[in-house]
Design a protein around this ligand. Structure first.
Ligand code: ZN
Length: 716
């Protein structure tokens, strides 16, 4: 590295010229927070990351599709780096303007594409993304040559530099980067083009994950059909990408090295700023586990009653194909056959909204009113003029709900094809929470305009959703006539939540526990699949419906694995949302520990300025400080902890405990035979065969990939 001495002015001048030249040709996409619009995720939309959304600084183009550097761009920046002898603060000032401008250009191009899908906008979006990636890489190069940055005295400056200097796979050499991109492209091509044949009609093929297979997994109660779909999906996806995945792991680790991390696991942990992240998460999981086990035992009993004891045994892990979801990550879809009080469904105000003549715009006005009632600002005029609230009829729009920050401190928009129903009412509030977050940190430097850690944005949106979905709030809106005080309704409501949020936690945990073990070389390719099933059994208490082997690669059947998108943030945000909610509710006086008349799950923070203050404190710092400090200053918590979630579900937990006692359930699970064998010969005989189809696997220009990525923005 060069030492920092004089030549400050000339450096700033040179970087200015080059950055300006860059920006003319370029944009960036930054920070749309993608939401799901999957039909089976009724109340709690979750964060869909853009595959190119970096885990640490909200900057795009560090995962998956990073375009290759042009040699010219490379050389140019290296020269500047050599010339650099200047002052770091001046450098940051120059970067600030350029980074914001690059970001604005790119976001605008992505917005134009997503709100008007055609070849021209697609091409522009792709070019914009490429230019932004080049900008990022150039900045990284520059900082690599900027001298010894260890001597920077002030931590805020150091933090900015640090964020600019972690760019993930974009740090690879052009050749390596090209290979890395190709590997991910190839895996996603397999994933996105996979289809299976129907169980009932072997000649009816071409069933896609969305909507066909997801629907079958959600609705079918035919054991054999579910097993067929579960097995076939894995045969058509993961099984075909095991070799590719191993190669990708090696390159991903090399990229981590170039960013000064030991492995990709360290790189992914970086934004969580914890010296022992894995232990922190394990501790948090240990706090939740007793509740999960109660839920697990109850669900197993109900499924045993439904499918019979010969299929669902009393003490074994749950068969993973009958949980209503391809990966067993949410069990919401088996609510109907497991609900505590049949016939006592929880509140749905959709009919009332229609009856009262609500329009989609009204839904967003309600959301605005919610935040204004917390003493947060109204949405600016630009927001109302620029956003899309309903699906336009004259063009194709990607309808996944999302919130957009155009990086210029004034343009913030929502894109959502809203309908008048309760689900979209909550989603509208969730999206607007993202906008408030954008607005709260808009005066931070560009690299700090992001959540305090990768889970914060989502956690805050979800915490707001918890409040909005309460009967109390819906009553305040005039959508529920009288207050509903009914234990059966209450338990059903919490149970439905638990099937989604509690069941999800060990799944999310295993996703990255497995990958950390892979990245850290604790398991090799010859153990990939069986290790996956060991962890699934250990944490989730679920097992595959048929014997698996190392021929299979079941992790690859979940989008985020081939796309190499970290998953930890979902685990963290699921816990964190309850911690934030608890703090807001206590401030609002709506939750008082020990007071049974004010339980956490019934809290609505509507009209509480105190809760609004906490929200503002949480959001305005962006990522300029450690998330622990941000959380502590606003809520008094400084660690991830499961107690708020346990408190929220307390009535359900008591109910589940009593119910399991009443029926004498075994709580926990015992391993009951081989789930995965290494040997092909022994396992292969029992691996379900299935049917082949002729769906072509043609592929992989970056353009196809781009489309693939856009269409497969599945959440969690
Ligand atoms: Zn969100």
């Amino acid at each position: 590295m060069c030492d920092i001495s004089n030549a400050r002015k000339s450096f700033v001048w040179v970087i200015w010229v080059v950055l300006v030249a860059q920006s003319r040709a370029s944009p960036q996409l930054d920070l749309p927070q993608y939401e799901p619009n999957s039909a089976n995720y009724p109340q709690n939309p979750s964060f869909i990351p853009n595959p190119n959304y970096s885990p640490y600084n909200g900057v795009y183009a560090t995962q998956g599709t990073i375009p290759q550097q042009t040699p010219e761009a490379d050389r140019g920046y290296k020269d500047i780096g050599k010339a650099y002898r200047g002052d770091v603060r001046s450098l940051l000032q120059a970067l600030e303007l350029q980074a914001s401008q690059q970001c604005t250009n790119n976001v605008a191009a992505q917005w134009n594409f997503e709100t008007n899908v055609n070849q021209a906008t697609q091409l522009e979006a792709l070019q914009a993304q490429q230019t932004y990636s080049e900008f990022q890489h150039a900045v990284w190069e520059l900082l690599n040559h900027a001298g010894n940055l260890d001597n920077i005295p002030d931590s805020r400056t150091f933090r900015q530099i640090r964020y600019y200097s972690v760019i993930g796979p974009a740090a690879l050499t052009p050749d390596q980067l090209d290979r890395y991109n190709r590997l991910i492209n190839d895996m996603l091509a397999i994933y996105n083009t996979a289809s299976v044949c129907s169980f009932n009609d072997h000649f009816h093929c071409g069933l896609k994950l969305q909507p066909d297979l997801n629907k079958i997994m959600a609705k079918s109660r035919n054991w054999d059909e579910l097993q067929h779909v579960w097995t076939e999906w894995r045969r058509q996806t993961g099984q075909k990408m095991k070799d590719l995945y191993e190669q990708m792991v090696r390159l991903s680790n090399e990229a981590a090295n170039l960013n000064n991390f030991t492995t990709t696991a360290d790189y992914w942990s970086f934004p969580f700023e914890s010296p022992a992240l894995e232990l922190d998460l394990e501790d948090a999981w240990t706090e939740i586990k007793p509740l999960y086990e109660l839920l697990h035992a109850y669900v197993r009993r109900r499924l045993r009653e439904y499918y019979g004891p010969e299929r669902v045994s009393r003490q074994a892990p749950l068969p993973s194909h009958i949980l209503g979801n391809m990966w067993g990550q949410s069990w919401s879809n088996i609510f109907d056959i497991t609900q505590p009080y049949p016939g006592q469904n929880f509140l749905d105000v959709s009919p009332e909204m229609l009856k009262q003549g609500y329009t989609p715009i009204d839904v967003f006005r309600l959301a605005e009113d919610f935040f204004v009632s917390l003493n947060l600002s109204a949405m600016p005029l630009d927001f109302w003029q620029g956003s899309i609230f309903e699906e336009p009829r004259d063009r194709v729009v990607l309808c996944t709900p999302s919130a957009w920050d155009f990086c210029n401190r004034r343009d913030f928009r929502i894109k959502m094809c809203a309908n008048v129903n309760m689900k979209d009412l909550i989603t509208a509030h969730h999206e607007m929470a993202h906008i408030h977050y954008f607005m709260a940190y808009k005066n931070q430097p560009k690299v700090f305009r992001d959540g305090a850690n990768p889970a914060f944005h989502e956690a805050i949106g979800e915490a707001i959703g918890l409040s909005v979905g309460t009967p109390k709030h819906l009553q305040a809106l005039g959508l529920v006539p009288v207050s509903v005080e009914d234990t059966a309704v209450d338990i059903n409501y919490l149970y439905q939540m638990a099937l989604d949020k509690i069941a999800f936690l060990p799944f999310a945990f295993v996703m990255d526990k497995w990958r950390y073990d892979v990245f850290n070389s604790k398991v090799g390719k010859e153990e990939y699949n069986c290790h996956w099933h060991i962890l699934r059994e250990q944490y989730q208490g679920i097992k595959p419906p048929v014997l698996r082997s190392e021929i299979n690669f079941d992790p690859g059947s979940k989008y985020h694995i081939p796309a190499n998108i970290p998953y930890l943030r979902y685990f963290v945000s699921t816990l964190l949302q309850f911690q934030i909610y608890r703090a807001l509710c206590q401030a609002a006086g709506q939750y008082v520990p020990g007071d049974y008349t004010k339980p956490l799950h019934k809290c609505d923070i509507y009209r509480s300025k105190e809760a609004g203050n906490i929200l503002r404190q949480l959001m305005e710092k962006g990522s300029s400080q450690s998330w622990r400090d941000v959380l502590f200053q606003a809520t008094g918590d400084s660690r991830l902890d499961g107690s708020a979630l346990r408190e929220y579900f307390r009535p359900l937990e008591d109910w589940l405990r009593n119910e399991n006692l009443r029926t004498g359930e075994f709580v926990g699970w015992l391993y009951d035979g081989d789930y995965c064998k290494q040997s092909i010969e022994t396992a292969g005989l029992q691996v379900y065969g299935g049917f082949y189809n002729a769906c072509s696997q043609h592929f992989a220009s970056i353009f196809i990939l781009f489309v693939c990525l856009l269409v497969s923005r599945i959440t969690r």
